[in-house]
Every structure is written in structure tokens, then in C-alpha cells.
Design a binder for this molecule. Structure first.
Ligand code: ADP
Ligand code: MG
Length: 307
């Protein structure tokens, strides 16, 4: 894949959206480079679908500027639509239509060639089910139909709104693989409320809460910045208050017996400090482990902070 530096697929500048008196998006800004796979993570009601509908020209923002492949969504909607493939949240499919019939129908709207229909069926793994009616398909295969439809016109940018919600574990793995492989050639902006999903599929995460961006980080950066947990077992009881005197300490939990989980807000390995603490207090250490707090807990912390 050729990646031109500074080529932006999505540019969002100070976008706000109000529904009546309800503020769904408040001064949202971010940029997505060509070729990136970015997860848009946030709890229900955070504003994810609203942002995606603005980017796909389905609704207009109340304020601000949004561009896809350098075309303004407000003034150049047609050019945006040509370059964007969209899988809406509640993918509206015609259950009585056959898979091929449905794709042909949409292809005619987009003026897409016949061989391309066969190509997207192949690409999305739909071949074994392509002769069936959409209503006969499992949820996983219906999502494939939605994805096939989204890539029919070979768009540069894919906007996928909760593409894995409602799938069973096997379907989930398949769809994630499919999205990952599509992401090799396209810019992908996908929403989810599941942190783990971002870990598996994305290069970067933008976290939104109550209409505001609360984090925008490369996955690697997030891992590095994460707080750490040290799990230590002493040979005797220790008052939490003593452990709370350790540098960078955030919380102390006596999980069972003489086992303590201590969280620190630093990337420095704190095990040596715990070791020195034990030595200074004539305690023996029976076990000592360090783990990075999961991205999940970071997500929770970020989305709770803004409450
Ligand atoms: P998400 O996709 O993150 O769950 P949405 O973008 O769907 O969030 O919704 C953001 C907020 O805007 C929510 O509080 C929701 O109730 C509200 N909202 C969404 N669509 C509408 C609408 N058409 N009319 C009024 N309020 C809406
Ligand atoms: Mg939504």
C-alpha cells in the first residue's frame, strides 16, 4: 500500500451537533490519515453514530467542518459519497431479496460493473451463501452482505458503525478478520463500545464520552502510558496505610490472605520499590508480579472521569 504522508482521509474540525436541546457532539476535532484503522470507542449515547452520520452525509452538523478525502461533507456530498463506504448501525437489509439481487440493485444505483459484484462476494466470503435470500442468512452473513454493499463502489474510506454488535463469538472472529483485511487497503473508521475490539483491529483509538473526545492515542502509546498493577504476597499482614506510602501509589487492595494488589500511576517498574519496602519492614516476599492494567480499565477510567 502506498502511503502518502500528510494525506488525510478524514478531517473533523470543531464539529457540534444538537438534536433540539440535546447536545450529541460538542466541539469534536480529529484527523485520520490515509490507511489508518481507527477505533471510535465510547459508551452508548456517546455520539458515535451521530459523528458517523455526519461523515457519511446522512445528517448535517450544527457547527464545524468535516471533510472526507478532502471533500467537504456539506458542500461536496456527492464526492464524499463516492469515496465512502458506510455500514450503518442497524444495517437495513431487504430480507426478501436474494444476496445477489440486493447487491445488483445497489450496484445499479452506484453504476458499478457486474464483475465487481462477483469480486465483493468473493472478498467478503459470501460465495457459499450468495444464492440465498438475505432473510435466510445468519447475523454474521448479513453483516458480510452489509460490508459487501459498503465496498461495492471501491471506496477509499470505510465507515463502519458497530460492525460486530450482536454477533456470536465465531461470527465475531470472522468479521474482525474480514475488517482487518479490508483495512490493509483502505482507511477504516469503526465504532464500538468494546475495548477489546479496538485492541484486535485498530492502530489507533479515539475515545468519545458524552459528545466529547476524551482520548486520541495510538494503541502502542496507550499501552505504554497505562498504569501498572503489582501483585505481592508477603508472609504477614500489612496495613494498607503503610503500602499507600509507596511512591506513585494509587490504590491498595488486600485481595486474599496476605496478597495485595497495588496500582501505581507510572510506567517505571515498581517491583523493586515493593521489594525494598518488604526488606525495610522485615517482611518476606512470597510472590511478586507486575501487570499492565488492561486497556479496558483505562477506557472505564477515561469515560468515568468525564461524568
Ligand atoms: P452512540 O452511537 O455513541 O450510541 P448516538 O450518536 O446515537 O450515540 O447518540 C448521541 C446522543 O444523541 C444520545 O443521547 C442520543 O439519545 C441522542 N440522539 C441521537 N439521535 C437522535 C435524534 N435523532 N433525535 C434526538 N436525539 C438523538
Ligand atoms: Mg450508535
Amino acid at each position: 500500500m502506498s502511503k502518502q504522508p500528510h494525506y488525510m482521509s478524514i478531517e473533523v474540525e470543531n464539529i457540534s451537533k444538537t438534536y433540539g436541546s440535546q447536545k450529541a457532539l460538542n466541539d469534536v476535532s480529529f484527523k485520520i490519515n490515509k490507511g489508518e484503522v481507527v477505533g471510535f470507542l465510547g459508551p452508548n449515547g456517546a455520539g458515535k453514530s451521530t459523528m458517523m452520520k455526519i461523515l457519511t452525509t446522512y445528517i448535517e452538523a450544527t457547527q464545524g467542518l468535516a471533510k472526507v478525502s478532502h471533500f467537504d461533507v456539506k458542500t461536496d456530498a456527492i464526492n464524499v459519497q463516492k469515496r465512502v463506504g458506510y455500514l450503518p448501525e442497524h444495517n437495513p437489509l431487504y430480507l426478501d431479496m436474494y444476496v445477489k439481487e440486493y447487491l445488483r440493485f445497489n450496484a445499479s444505483i452506484y453504476k458499478v460493473s457486474k464483475p465487481r459484484i462477483e469480486e465483493v462476494i468473493e472478498l467478503t466470503g459470501l460465495s457459499p451463501e450468495a444464492h440465498k435470500k438475505i432473510g435466510q442468512l445468519s447475523k454474521g452473513y448479513r453483516q458480510r452482505v452489509g460490508l459487501a454493499n459498503a465496498i461495492l463502489h471501491n471506496p477509499e474510506v470505510l465507515i463502519l458503525d458497530e460492525p460486530t454488535t450482536g454477533l456470536d463469538p465465531n461470527q465475531l472472529v470472522d468479521i474482525r478478520h474480514l475488517i482487518k483485511s479490508l483495512g490493509k487497503e483502505k482507511t477504516v473508521f469503526l465504532s464500538t463500545h468494546i475495548m477489546q475490539e479496538v485492541e484486535v483491529m485498530c492502530d489507533r483509538v479515539i475515545i468519545i464520552n458524552k459528545g466529547e473526545i476524551v482520548a486520541d492515542k495510538k494503541l502502542q502509546e496507550l499501552r505504554d502510558e497505562n498504569e501498572q498493577t503489582v501483585i505481592v504476597e508477603f508472609d504477614y499482614r500489612v496495613e494498607d496505610a503503610f503500602l499507600l506510602k509507596l511512591p506513585h501509589v494509587k490504590t491498595v487492595t488486600n485481595t486474599y490472605g496476605f496478597v495485595y494488589e497495588i496500582t501505581f500511576s507510572t510506567v517505571n517498574d515498581m517491583r523493586s520499590y515493593v521489594f525494598d519496602f518488604a526488606h525495610d519492614n522485615q517482611l518476606k516476599i512470597l510472590q511478586l508480579n507486575q501487570k499492565n492494567a488492561s486497556l479496558e480499565s483505562l477506557f472505564r477510567a477515561l469515560t468515568m472521569e468525564a461524568n
